[in-house]
Design a protein around this ligand. Structure first.
Ligand code: ADP
Ligand code: MG
Length: 273
């Protein structure tokens, strides 16, 4: 690398430059970005050196935590971001709101319990699963989101490519595994076995959240085997929180509301003209 003509010896390099390098090596980007501004503020407030450093440390930690949450959300592969802020509990009266809010505190993930959301299409199962997944990411848990069909497909592919162990290991290490939409697609015998193994390996080792449009007594139609379904339900429901979502489809209710409003507007229009 060529140096500019007026480069002086390294001892006279501006301390800001050296400091910048050290902070980069120490992975303290917020220190590097904020130290001058915080120094001015601290001088203005007559804050002493420990307080100055404390402010910088706090900023660094806040920023680091924010980046960690973002990374966990990215790794979880949520198809969309949904939270409880946009969930209308009054639209789903069959759902136990206090249980959902309790689950959003994530203690069940520490105790490696499971959660199953059951109900027909459009009742908000995926929304609740995504919101619980997001809450887990925000509280520091690793999460993986997938659908039952995609997971079975991925497992079969991994098996064919002789990397099933690696995928199983990944699935075993996440703190919360969310498997959405069990029930729409029946599995082949091999697919069922592979999915069963996932549940079996996670049993009492990690929390699993499953959503299904089918009541338990119809799960055999998905797995094909009564014996396997029985063994699976046995593990899954040992420590389980069940979210019953048997109300009306939110999509349907919303479109009905829109239609009613439009009809009303048309009628009102009729009277005016
Ligand atoms: P399911 O997975 O049960 O089929 P979804 O969670 O996909 O249903 O819900 C369908 C759509 O309706 C989504 O856009 C979701 O965000 C919305 N939705 C469902 N229930 C509610 C609710 N109670 N409050 C707000 N939005 C809801
Ligand atoms: Mg869904």
């Amino acid at each position: 690398m060529t140096m500019p003509h007026d480069t002086q010896t390294s001892t006279s390099v501006a301390p800001q430059v050296l400091l910048g390098n050290h902070l980069k090596a120490l992975k303290l980007p917020t220190f590097a970005r904020e130290y001058e501004k915080v120094a001015l503020e601290s001088a203005r407030d007559h804050a002493d050196y420990p307080r100055y450093l404390l402010r910088l440390c706090e900023l660094e930690r806040i920023e680091r935590e924010r980046r960690n949450v973002e990374r966990r959300i990215r790794l979880a592969r949520f198809p969309q971001t949904k939270s409880f802020d946009t969930f209308d509990f009054t639209a789903q009266p069959s759902l136990n709101k206090s249980l959902v809010l309790e689950l959003s505190r994530c203690q069940w993930i520490d105790t490696r319990h499971n959660c199953i959301a059951l109900g027909p299409s459009g009742t908000g199962k995926t929304h609740v699963a995504l919101a619980l997944g997001l809450a887990a990411c925000q509280k520091g848990y690793s999460v993986a989101f997938t659908t039952a069909a995609a997971l079975v497909h991925e497992l079969m592919e991994a098996r064919d490519e002789r990397r099933l162990r690696a995928l199983q290991k990944h699935l075993n290490t996440v703190k919360l595994l969310i498997i959405d939409e069990l029930g729409y697609v029946p599995f082949t015998a091999v697919g069922s076995e592979l999915l069963f193994e996932v549940f079996s390996q996670r049993y009492e080792r990690g929390a699993t959240l499953l959503t299904s449009n089918l009541p338990f007594d119809e799960w055999t139609s998905v797995f094909g085997s009564e014996r396997l379904t029985g063994a699976l339900l046995d593990r899954l429901t040992h420590h389980v929180h069940i979210l019953e979502m048997n109300g009306e489809s939110f999509r349907l209710a919303t479109s009905k509301k829109t239609q009613r409003r439009q009809a009303k507007e048309t009628n009102e229009g009729d009277t005016i003209t």
